[in-house]
Design a protein around this ligand. Sequence first.
Ligand code: 1GP
Length: 246
Amino acid sequence: MSVYQKLLDVKAAKGAGYFILVDPDRWDYDQVENFIKQINTSGADAIMVGSSLIIGDGAHQKIQRIREIATLPVILFPGNVNHLTPHVDAVFFLSVISGRNPQYLISDQVQAAPIIRELGIEPISTAYMLIESGRVTTAEFMSGSTPIPREKAEIAVAHALAAEYLGFKFIYLEAGSGAKYSVSPEMVRAVCNYTSVPVIVGGGIHSPETAKDLVVAGASFIVTGNILEDVSKSHLMEQFATAIHH
Ligand code: 1GP
């Protein structure tokens, strides 16, 4: 079964799904093993690996190790073509549709497509929308694109409709890793009222209550990253899973 189908099944069975983002730069090779073991039993539904920018050594080896240990689907969340690796089950094939930078709308995808085919990993087309979140995020800076203002839900709605008509499988509302403010439930609600495409929401989600509010607003999947990099907060992963699932 495809990873995409597995994720749809999660949504059908649990109301919404929970993805934990693992940034290879934030974990040593030796530490990542324990973290993935914890995720395996946390109730999360998939592991995302990647970042807008990876500067540390050995990212590909870490991702390979993650794939060996993970009992959940591992999905690459690539910042650029160089992040492609065979050691994942699928890749979010992102187009930064909130921006107008052709490199992140189509050029990088043209470079990546034959590589993905050769690596034999499953592409999941994802309309990636950066939402303004109180500070410039790495994703915003690296993509050279202007995020959608956080109070302008109607702009997000129009982009979401365009994504649906273009045939994207997922819409990703992204405040950016380390965002000061997560995407608002109001924006999520507005987008979900207008589109039937499953919506992933991530960036700056630091509490299970926030995650739950976003699911109630219509989010199909919630992503947390930074918050679990503090090992004293790793107990939160179960709480996130419980809050997100119905
Ligand atoms: C990045 O949305 C994710 O795409 C995770 O963001 O690190 O802020 O949780 P955080």
